[in-house]
Design a protein around this ligand. Structure first.
Ligand SMILES: Nc1ncnc2c1ncn2[C@@H]1O[C@H](COP(=O)(O)OP(=O)(O)OP(=O)(O)O)[C@@H](O)[C@H]1O
Ligand SMILES: [Mg+2]
Length: 456
């Protein structure tokens, strides 16, 4: 059987007309459900995975427009196409206002009709993708994925929910990998703006000359590369949240423009004198010391005060080690699901190793360590041997003198460890060097070099 083109519900009270349309659609490869009236149509839409609804404007005494509204209530991504006997603009406009994607006029020109349906199907798929993505995002950025037991993080969590209930600008500070990004998204997705866009701008990753057009947009010809009008992130984030990551890196010129936006909610596209408005909530983050930058006059004090309305300081992981066990558990679950492995926990010894580590890379570093351990682990429990080499080295240093092997020089022990880890990675990757290198967190060149010197 040929592939189904799409699932269509045909709602038409005139039986002859309904059968004609349905038969044509079946011939064209659609799966078709038929309904003679509103009631039947809603039942079908409730029970079947309807993608497109072809709805007659007049369904006896019932209104096709009303039905479209009802259908959208059942499933907001159903894509309705209206069929009408009168080719009036008002009808069409009304239909589209009620949520119809397009309309066709009777007598139906089937070639045109099929084209419209194809586009409607395309639209449906897009909407479904967006809906799925949104669900995944909401799942990913829900509070149940924000893990902590420490008092310090409890304070952070309460600030997050306060920020979510407010429209005020928020400033998130903390070392790299402490969760600033995650927190910004949590605020957005639990705020009243959650249905709007969340736009993130990582300032250091944008060349300085392009920051302004990236943020505020640019008119055609505003600068040498501007071949077309460019919509900036402020406009794109309208109705939602704009996350300005690494705000400490903002140039003085852009600082002024951001300040103006925060004061008047207005901005200008590059090369334009027309002020634009955007309904955008700003969340900023930095791992630099903004107060110090202010005192050194590298960051405007007035901008700092505008940003610093809700302040969230995220403590480094080493100052809240009681969170480690829970985070490890969380990441084990997440990554064993992803890797389709059945890993249930971590050995006391391995956890101990993690508890002793300083985590300069904070939660991100811990997450990476657990991810790799999950990939390496042979059994259901992560053991010390599954953890990355650097943790082991660190602990070997710390434990020097206490362990049975401590008579050997450190370099020998490191060497043994490296050989063991490389062998294991090569085994895991079926001998594929690039993958083994990735597992080890080193470059393929480095791996080749080490294999050579160790004679592997
Ligand atoms: N409390 C937490 N619970 C669960 N996961 C967390 C937590 N904190 C951080 N993470 C995870 O740790 C990783 C790093 O966090 P994130 O990217 O938010 O850090 P960051 O502070 O923005 O770092 P950088 O300054 O380098 O941009 C992410 O995968 C994030 O999901
Ligand atoms: Mg970040």
């Amino acid at each position: 059987m040929a592939e189904i083109k799409g699932i269509v519900l045909v709602v038409e009270d005139d039986e002859m007309q309904r059968e004609l349309v349905s038969e044509n659609l079946r011939q064209a490869g659609y799966q078709v459900y038929e309904a003679a009236g509103t009631r039947e149509a809603l039942d079908l839409a409730n029970q079947q995975p309807v993608e497109i609804a072809v709805v007659d404007y007049k369904l006896g005494s019932e209104s096709g427009l009303e039905l479209i509204k009802e259908l959208k209530r059942i499933n907001p991504i159903i894509t309705p196409v209206m069929v009408t006997a009168f080719a009036s603009i008002e009808t069409a406009v009304e239909a589209i206002k009620q949520g119809a994607y397009d309309y066709v006029v009777k007598p139906v020109d089937f070639q045109k009709f099929l084209l419209i349906l194809e586009r409607a199907r395309e639209r449906f798929r897009l909407k479904r993708e967006v809906a799925e993505l949104r669900n995944r995002l909401e799942e990913k950025f829900s509070f149940k994925n924000f893990v902590f037991v420490s008092k310090a993080m409890e304070r952070v969590a309460s600030l997050i929910s306060r920020a979510a209930r407010s429209e005020a600008t928020a400033l998130i500070t903390g070392e790299t990998g402490t969760g600033k990004d995650l927190i910004a998204r949590l605020i957005h997705f639990s705020s009243s703006r959650s249905a709007g866009p969340f736009m993130a701008v990582n300032l250091p990753s944008i060349p300085e000359t392009l920051v302004e057009s990236e943020l505020f947009g640019a008119e055609k010809g505003a600068y040498t590369d501007a071949r077309e009008r460019k919509i900036g992130k402020f406009e794109a984030a309208d109705g939602g949240t704009l996350f300005l990551d690494e705000i400490g890196d903002l140039s003085p010129a852009v600082q002024v423009k951001l300040l103006r936006f925060l004061q008047d909610r207005e901005f200008y596209r590059l090369g334009s004198t027309k002020p634009l408005k955007a309904d955008v909530r700003i969340i900023a983050a930095t791992n630099r010391n903004l107060e110090k930058l202010v005192s050194e006059e590298k960051f405007r004090a007035d901008l700092y005060y505008r940003l610093n309305v809700i302040r969230i300081d995220v403590p480094p992981l080493r100052e809240r080690k009681e969170d480690i066990a829970l985070l490890v558990d969380h990441f084990i679950r997440e990554y064993s699901r992803r890797e389709k492995k059945n890993i249930r926990g971590i050995s006391a010894e391995a956890l101990d190793l993690l508890m002793k580590h300083d985590f300069p890379g904070n939660v991100r570093e811990l997450e990476n360590a657990v991810e790799r351990a999950v990939i390496f682990a042979e059994g259901e429990i992560i053991t010390r041997a599954d953890l990355p080499v650097f943790l082991e080295i660190k602990s070997e240093q710390q434990l020097a003198g206490q362990e049975r092997d401590s008579s050997k020089p450190l370099t020998d022990r490191v060497r043994e460890l490296e050989i063991r880890e490389i062998r294991r990675a090569l085994e895991k990757s079926g001998g594929v060097k690039s993958r083994a290198a990735r597992l080890l967190g080193i470059t393929e060149r480095m791996l080749s070099y080490k294999m050579k010197i160790y004679g592997l």
